[in-house]
Ligand binder design. Structure first.
Ligand SMILES: Cc1ncc(C[n+]2csc(CCOP(=O)(O)OP(=O)(O)O)c2C)c(N)n1
Length: 302
C-alpha cells in the first residue's frame, strides 16, 4: 500500500491529466495505472473509455476527472468509437491547412470490455489496421458489478459466478499476435517504469497497439491493502503474468525472473479468491504448471 501511495504521489505531482476528482476505492491500482498512462501520453490525447470501474469512478455526472478530451462508449463499442475518431481526424487533416500536431487516440477498458464484450469490435479494429492505442486494465473480473468472472479470470480463482473456474485465462497476446499488429505488450502496476516505457514506445508507433496491464483489485481479489503491491509483483515473478512485448511480432522479455523463482503458492496465499487452493494440491499444481509453461515458452529465466 505504501508503495502504491508513493507511486500515486509521483504521478500526482506530474501535472495531473486525471485529477483526484474520482470515486475509486482507496488504493485502486487501476486509477494509478491510468494516471501513469495519461501523464506519459500528454495533453494531445483523445481518450475513449468503455464502461467499467475506470469510467464510472472518473466521470460521475456532472463531473469529470479527465483534463483531456474524453468520450464514453458502451461496453461493446469502444474500439469502433476510436476508429470513428481516427476517420474524423483523417478528414480534418485532408481538409484543413492547420499544422496542428495530430492527437493520439487511446481506447481503454477493463478486461470484461476487452476479453469479452468488446472483443469482436477490438479485433475488427486490429484487422482494419486502425491507428489506435488500446489499453486493457486487467483486474481479472467484472469489478464494477461485483467481480463476476470474465475470460481473463484465471483458472481456479473463485468469483461470485464460478466457484472455481476451470478454463484458462484467454490468451489476448496470442490473439493480438495473430492479427500481426505492430506493438503488443503486457505490463504490471508493480513495475511502473516498465509500463511507462511501454506506453512511450507505443506512442511512437503507428497502427494498432495493445497494452495489457495487471491491476489487482483489493475487494475483487480479497487482498489486504498492505499486500497489494507484493501480490502484483509476484504475479510476474512467478511467471504467471510475465512482462513482455512483441514489436512487429518479435518477442522481448522486459524483466527476467528472479532466482530462485517464487512458487505460485507465494502469489496466491494472500488472496481470498484463491484460499480454497491452499488445501487442494492438484489444483495448485495446475496453476503452477501454467507459470512453468510461460517460463519455458517465453524464456523468462536469467
Ligand atoms: C452490455 C452491458 N452489459 C453489462 C453492463 C453492466 N456493467 C457495467 S460495468 C460492468 C463491469 C465492467 O468490467 P470490466 O470491463 O472488467 O471493467 P472493471 O469494472 O473491472 O474495471 C458491467 C458488467 C453494461 N453496462 N453493458
Amino acid at each position: 500500500m505504501l508503495e502504491l501511495i508513493m507511486l500515486h504521489q509521483t504521478v500526482v505531482n506530474n501535472k495531473m491529466k486525471l485529477t483526484n476528482h474520482h470515486t475509486a476505492c482507496l488504493g485502486c491500482a487501476q486509477i494509478v495505472a491510468a494516471r501513469l498512462a495519461i501523464n506519459q501520453l500528454g495533453s494531445n490525447t483523445i481518450v475513449v473509455n468503455s464502461t467499467g470501474c475506470l469510467e464510472v469512478t472518473t466521470t460521475a455526472y456532472p463531473n469529470s476527472a479527465w483534463q483531456v478530451p474524453w468520450l464514453h462508449s458502451t461496453f461493446a463499442n469502444a474500439a469502433p468509437v476510436g476508429s470513428g475518431i481516427i476517420a474524423a481526424l483523417d478528414y480534418l487533416e485532408k481538409n484543413s491547412q492547420s499544422e496542428k500536431k495530430r492527437p493520439i487516440v487511446v481506447v481503454q477498458g477493463g478486461d470484461g470490455a476487452t476479453f469479452d464484450i468488446g472483443f469482436g469490435a477490438l479485433t475488427a479494429s486490429w484487422a482494419r489496421g486502425d491507428d489506435l492505442l488500446y489499453i486493457c486494465y486487467d483486474n481479472e473480473g467484472y469489478a464494477n458489478t461485483g467481480m463476476q468472472a470474465s475470460l481473463s479470470t484465471p483458472t481456479q480463482a473463485k468469483t461470485p459466478t464460478s466457484l472455481n473456474k476451470h478454463q484458462n485465462k484467454r490468451d489476448m497476446l496470442a490473439i493480438a499476435l495473430a492479427h500481426n499488429i505492430p506493438y503488443i505488450a503486457q505490463a504490471n502496476i508493480a513495475f511502473p517504469d516498465d509500463f511507462k516505457n511501454k506506453i512511450a514506445k507505443a506512442q511512437k508507433i503507428k497502427g494498432p497497439r495493445y497494452i495489457q496491464i495487471l491491476v489487482p483489485c483489493l475487494p475483487g481479489w480479497k487482498i489486504k491493502p498492505g499486500d497489494q503491491m507484493l501480490t502484483a509483483k509476484l504475479a510476474s515473478e512467478t511467471g504467471l503474468y510475465p512482462l513482455l512485448e512483441f514489436i512487429n511480432g518479435q518477442l522481448n522479455v522486459s524483466i527476467k525472473l528472479p532466482t530462485p523463482i517464487p512458487p505460485v503458492s507465494d502469489y496466491i496465499k494472500n488472496q481470498g479468491r484463491y484460499q480454497h487452493l491452499l488445501k487442494n494440491k492438484s489444483a495448485l499444481k495446475q496453476l503452477q504448471s501454467l507459470a512453468d509453461a510461460n517460463i519455458e515458452k517465453y524464456g523468462l529465466c536469467k
